[in-house]
Design a protein around this ligand. Structure first.
Ligand SMILES: NC(=O)c1ccc[n+]([C@@H]2O[C@H](COP(=O)([O-])OP(=O)(O)OC[C@H]3O[C@@H](n4cnc5c(N)ncnc54)[C@H](OP(=O)(O)O)[C@@H]3O)[C@@H](O)[C@H]2O)c1
Length: 878
């Protein structure tokens, strides 16, 4: 009915009016099949891909199989194929009578058939006044039917099967009774398998259907089946198989009667199977070469409707496999289902508190589509993710949507996703809803994220845009990550307030705490993930429980890479692509480490990991690309200056190969100190704080603090200490020439590690070594000629010429050297003659002084320099 009159039909088995009403009101677009005992029975549809090889034999050679319609059409060829695997005793019922005179036609030639046709015409003319071509056609078909029946039965017998055949109309109660009497007499064993294949079909529009005709169509299937059961005790039946049609499942034009009859059989299958009798109905679409669909224009009409008919070879194999594997219930078997397809799609409503990013899943033949509606009222995180004052759907929520979809569809956790691309940002205007879809292409496991909007100019038609995609595949090329232990510095390089002065993220997306390392093409940040809910759908308040991924953890990776990009590479970048993302555990994140790989005109590329407190890898990003966006952000001059300092910091850090050098941006110390003067007592002893009081000048005082903190950080690094409590045991003292050394407050003596400290404008630096050590950092600037004369030899001045850079280079080197030998400013700098080797970034040194006071020889001297845009750092070890 639904196909012809567009009426959705429900099958409700309840007899209780109240229940029926309830059921209708509960309309959720699922096709109901029953409402019984307070329970709704909807269809559970699963697709059978390849049916595994014949697992259990539901039929054996000892069975007796009775088939209606079994001597002809598709029922016969199905049974014919089945008997290649098992050989039960066969009893076939059909309409066509056995005509013994036809035996001679079994080995017929085409000429014999021509002659027979002529004979039939003559006979017809002899018996009728008027003979029409239709009459001839009908008579000839009868002949061929009878011949085929005979031929088919003989073929089965040739295979060694025992076959009984009875011509009987299954709707004829009396004749059926007689036939079953004969069967009982002839058959010793009970009938254990029934195949109900008898059926007729007469397609006509509902209004043109004659009721008698429609009744016959229904009766052959239904009454025929009931008549069978009258003679077959249910307890003796092992398995019932009925041939049904997609028309029964979905309705079809002109087939109200036929659809009803087939649907009836399918519901019986459901009912019997519930009551523990194995019953299978097969809803065939249309067979290509044999059977009722090949009559008239049926096949052509179905093909026009996009239905791809079933080739005989495949149809019979499906039958045998379904039957021998004892499938139960209703199965649709067909090629492409055309107009029936959309009806086959199963739509599922999703519980938002379990899957916050999904509302529905639609299972189609080639695609599976998950939908959701985004609205900042529910998806409250959108308000905290605004770019240039417009809420933008965050990349991590795309990943979360993919992960929820994966989990719902495949029933397992998504642990990796590849070829992710965020190529088209999705803006979600405030107080407006946007429909979105996650669409999986089953052929290649590609998953895409679409938006569906309805712009006025399209007059109700949707505008569908693809924004993001990825692939559910397990890449072999996984990220190989060499771990390097993270040691937290005493002072972070950039704190939360500064990070979010730069970034646009609102509170919920403020996931980073501070930068703790920025050197040698990598950035390490500490996370500080806010704990409030991101959506209003979670009833439990905290999203970590019901999100599949930890979106905010992944977000912190995007932000860490973006921080590196803005500080070091000078790009404001947004997440763009990920070759592969692996989620290894759901532990709480503590650190993000992103390693810069390269950049091109449009993107910067990183490998990155998320690490837990105990530095176990939680997630791996292989080749995360962030795209350089034309976004300018307004930040204070102070922060903007500080970024330049960080760039200098990075260059100095990035170049120097020595691990035992610590560089501290003085600005960070200043801020911490100004925020809380007591903060300093975490790192300095009372003695040291007392000493600081001699500095009247605030700047000098802070330099002093940072020098000590740099020195103490070096000390911790040197001893690989992680325990900071030991900091109060160590003090930085100075000898009478001003050279700093470590002093143990416990042993009350000098600690035998050499130390050197230097300051210049933005930085304090410190270096430790078992060797003699000296370090100096200076701003590159031109210095007075009088100063040059006092410091540099003639030869050096020649080399330096007018260059401020070379002047600074030689000057820092000299100072580093003099500090290393413990002289500092007590040296006559003209006694030292330096020559710089540009290639090795290293100095050779001549010292025309008595070296006996030095504990070590100058041959082992290592005097090197590094430079940034503004600074030169030289350090010396002997
Ligand atoms: N072929 C298809 O594409 C297709 C698609 C969907 C469903 N089906 C179903 O599959 C079954 C077989 O169809 P088919 O294509 O093989 O049709 P078919 O070639 O017309 O064969 C139908 C069979 O049913 C028998 N039959 C018809 N009315 C009967 C009656 N009143 N009493 C006893 N036997 C009767 C016929 O016996 P005689 O030959 O002795 O007359 C014939 O053997 C049918 O139930 C049909 O609804 C077929």
């Amino acid at each position: 009915i639904n196909r012809e009159f567009q009426i959705p039909v429900k099958h409700i088995y309840s007899k209780d009016l109240e229940e029926i009403l309830q059921e209708f009101l509960a309309w959720d677009k699922l096709e109901e099949i029953a409402y019984k005992d307070d329970t709704r029975y909807t269809l559970l549809r699963k697709r059978i891909k390849t049916i595994s090889e014949l697992k259990r034999s539901s039929i054996t050679d000892n069975d007796v199989l009775l088939a209606t319609g079994g001597a002809q059409g598709i029922t016969f060829i199905c049974i014919d194929d089945l008997t290649n695997y098992v050989k039960p005793e066969l009893i076939l019922l059909g309409l066509a009578p056995i005509d013994n005179s036809l035996y001679e036609y079994l080995d017929r030639t085409p000429q014999m058939l021509e002659v027979k046709k002529e004979e039939l015409k003559i006979l017809l003319k002899a018996n009728n006044e008027k003979v029409t071509p239709v009459m001839i056609k009908r008579e000839w078909k009868n002949f061929l039917d009878r011949l085929e029946t005979l031929q088919n039965i003989e073929n089965l017998r040739k295979k060694g099967l025992s076959v009984q055949y009875y011509d009987v109309d299954v709707t004829d109660d009396k004749k059926m009774e007689e036939v079953f009497k004969q069967i009982q007499e002839k058959t010793k064993k009970p009938i254990s398998i029934v195949v109900h294949g008898a059926g007729i079909e007469i397609s006509k529009s509902f209004l043109k259907k004659k009721i008698s005709m429609a009744r016959k169509v229904v009766e052959v299937k239904i009454k025929g089946f009931i008549n069978l059961l009258k003679h077959l005790p249910l307890q003796e039946l092992k398995y019932i198989i009925a041939f049904s049609s997609v028309a029964g499942r979905y309705g079809n034009q002109g087939q109200i009667d036929y659809a009803y009859a087939n649907a009836y059989l399918s519901r019986l299958a459901w009912d019997y199977t519930q009551r523990k009798t194995s019953f299978l109905t097969i809803n065939w679409t249309a067979w290509a070469d044999i059977g009722m669909a090949t009559q008239g224009s049926t096949l052509q009409l179905l093909k026009q409707a996009g239905v791809v008919p079933i080739p005989t070879k495949i149809g019979v194999k499906m039958f045998t496999k379904l039957v021998l594997n004892r499938f139960e219930g209703e199965y649709v078997v067909g090629g492409k289902l055309g107009i029936f397809e959309e009806k086959l799609n199963v739509e599922e409503t999703i519980d938002k508190s379990v899957y916050p990013m999904l509302t529905k899943i639609d299972y189609q033949s080639d695609f599976i589509i998950g939908s959701n509606t985004l609205n900042s009222e529910f998806d409250t995180y959108l308000l905290d993710h605004q770019i240039q004052e417009r809420p933008v759907f965050p990349g991590v929520m795309v990943l979360e949507s993919f992960a929820e979809f994966y989990n719902r569809v495949f029933g397992k956790t998504m642990t990796s996703i590849s070829n992710v691309s965020f190529h088209n940002a999705l803006k979600v205007p405030e107080r407006k809803s946007i429909d979105v879809e996650v669409k999986l292409d089953k052929s290649n496991n590609e998953v895409s994220f679409f938006s569906r909007t309805y712009p006025l100019i399209l007059k109700g038609k949707p505008l569908i845009k693809e924004h993001f995609n990825g692939q559910f595949i397990n890449l072999k090329r996984k990220l190989n990550w060499k771990k390097s232990p993270i040691i937290e510095p005493l002072v972070p390089l950039l704190n939360k307030r500064e990070i979010y002065e730069l970034f646009f993220h609102g509170e919920k997306f403020q996931v980073l705490k501070e930068i703790i390392q920025l050197e040698k093409r990598k950035i390490v940040v500490k996370t500080d993930i806010p704990s409030g809910p991101l959506t209003t759908s979670g009833s439990r308040g905290n999203d970590t429980d019901h999100f599949q991924l930890d979106p905010l953890t992944l977000e912190s990776v995007f932000q860490a890479a973006a921080l590196f990009d803005i500080i070091v590479n000078d790009h404001f970048s947004l997440p763009s692509k990920i070759s592969n993302l692996e989620i290894l555990s759901k532990k709480k994140p503590k650190y993000i480490e992103a390693r810069f790989l390269k950049e091109d005109e449009s993107h910067s590329y990183y490998n990155a990991v998320v690490l837990s407190e105990d530095q176990e890898i939680i997630a791996k990003f292989n080749n995360l690309a962030i795209i350089h966006a034309p976004i300018s952000v307004k930040i204070s001059d102070k922060l903007s200056n500080y970024f330049q300092t960080l760039q200098e910091y990075y260059l100095l850090k990035n170049n120097n190969q020595s691990k035992n050098i610590e560089i501290l941006p003085i600005e960070q110390i200043k801020q911490m100190y100004q925020n809380d003067p007591n903060w300093i007592s975490n790192y300095l002893t009372e003695n040291e704080i007392e000493s600081s009081k001699k500095y009247r000048n605030e700047k000098r005082k802070i330099e002093y603090f940072s020098g000590i903190i740099a020195a103490k950080t070096c000390y911790l690094n040197h001893l690989k200490y992680v325990d900071r409590s030991s900091l109060s045991d160590v003090e930085i003292h100075k000898d009478d020439k001003g050279k700093p050394f470590y002093y143990s407050n416990i042993d009350k003596k000098e600690i035998p590690i050499n130390l050197s400290i230097s300051h210049s404008h933005d930085f304090s630096v410190a270096m430790t070594s078992k060797k003699l050590v000296g370090i100096d950092l200076e701003l590159i600037e031109s210095r007075a000629p009088s100063f040059y004369k006092e410091i540099f030899t003639d030869a050096e001045r020649k080399l330096i010429s007018e260059s401020a850079e070379l002047g600074t280079l030689y000057w820092t080197a000299k100072e580093a050297f003099s500090k290393a030998i413990g002289e500092g400013f007590h040296i006559n700098f003209l006694d030292v003659q330096l020559k710089f080797n540009k290639k090795q970034k290293k100095f050779s040194v001549k010292y025309n002084k008595d070296l006996s006071m030095l504990p070590k020889k100058l041959q082992n001297l290592n005097l090197k320099s590094e430079s940034s845009k503004k600074y030169i750092l030289s350090y010396c070890e002997i």
